[in-house]
Design a protein around this ligand. Structure first.
Ligand SMILES: NC(=[NH2+])NCCC[C@H](N)C(=O)O
Ligand SMILES: [Mn+2]
Ligand SMILES: [Mn+2]
Length: 303
């Protein structure tokens, strides 16, 4: 148990659903805590602090002012607060483990990490690629725009969170598990040269080869790696409680194996679990799967 550099973890909950425009994802942090995250990590030898949940205005019934950027004001406010909290924890030398909430929270998490790790690699585990902007989106849902915003594309109120100077570089990102990509996203990914390991690639080459290649990319010329774990990357039969399920996803074993290989490389500096929606789940199965995957990413082994 020494392949994650930092054994002091701070859990930060973000009960935000506005980016998915669907109720239930805001209940994710409690569902994940209820699946025994704390004890599981403690059993692996980590020292855990739970910072509780960030305050999200859940009584708000805002009209979705801009149809192409739904609920942007509240999302940007929460992401800024999250960026500050993550940065503060990292300043204390702790590992931030953020519990969402929808995937728009990645903007806040990763901007906070970028304050400390300038050259950051990212593993974006997802059925989607989240590189829309208000100009390409069909849904107007900001959880589909977070990765673009982190690369510096999209509305100023999203790209400027934590300071516009903080950016991810396309060559330091890999997306794993993609199978639902919008036309505008396809063009963006090609133009920026972002490495996407689609389900086709995983079918063809297997998770071992895909993860080895992915880990080489995110560790090359970087000072640490962030894991952005969108549970809809898994197949809906194993993770039904997500806001935007897509069939044909990563199996339970493929997902675990990916996390086990990640742990072996000793790269992680931060992580987040997003899109768990207990209102759509069966017996908290998706939150349990999330906690099990985090277990594997932090060193749990079968034997
Ligand atoms: N983080 C997610 N679950 N994103 C889903 C995005 C779906 C679709 N591409 C959109 O932009 O609306
Ligand atoms: Mn996503
Ligand atoms: Mn997704």
């Amino acid at each position: 148990m020494d392949a994650v550099k930092n054994t002091n973890i701070t859990i930060i909950g973000v009960p935000l659903h506005y980016g998915a425009n669907r109720k239930g994802v805001d209940l994710g942090p409690d569902a994940i805590r209820g699946a025994n995250l704390h004890d599981r990590l403690e059993a692996l030898g980590y020292s855990i602090e739970d910072a509780g949940d960030l305050q999200v205005n859940r009584l708000l019934q805002p009209a979705a002012q801009d149809e192409k950027l739904k609920y942007m004001n509240e999302i940007a406010r929460v992401d800024q607060a999250l960026c500050d909290t993550v940065s503060e924890e990292m300043g204390k030398g702790r590992f931030p483990l953020v519990l969402g909430g929808d995937h728009s929270i990645a903007i806040g998490t990763i901007k906070g990490v970028l304050r400390h790790v300038k050259r950051l690699g990212v593993i974006w585990f997802d059925a989607h690629t989240d590189v829309n902007t208000h100009e390409t989106t069909d849904s107007g849902n900001i959880h589909g725009m977070s990765l673009a915003a982190l690369l510096g594309y999209g509305h100023d109120d999203l790209t400027s969170i934590g300071g516009s100077g903080l950016k991810l570089l396309p060559e330091n990102i890999v997306i794993i598990g993609a199978r639902s990509i919008d036309p505008g996203e396809r063009a963006f990914l090609k133009a920026k040269g972002i490495k996407v390991f689609t389900m086709h690639d995983i079918d063809r080459n297997g998770m071992k080869q895909v993860m080895e290649e992915a880990l080489d990319i995110v560790s090359n010329g970087t000072d640490g790696v962030h894991l952005s774990l969108d549970l809809d990357g898994m197949d809906p039969s194993d993770a039904p409680g997500v806001s935007t399920p897509v069939s044909g996803g990563l199996s339970y074993r493929e997902s675990h194996f990916a996390m086990e290989l990640l742990f072996e490389r000793n790269l992680l500096v931060s992580a987040e679990i997003v899109e768990v929606n207990p209102m759509l789940d069966q017996h908290n199965k998706t939150a349990v799967a999330a906690v099990e995957l985090i277990g594997s990413a932090f060193g749990e082994r079968i034997l």
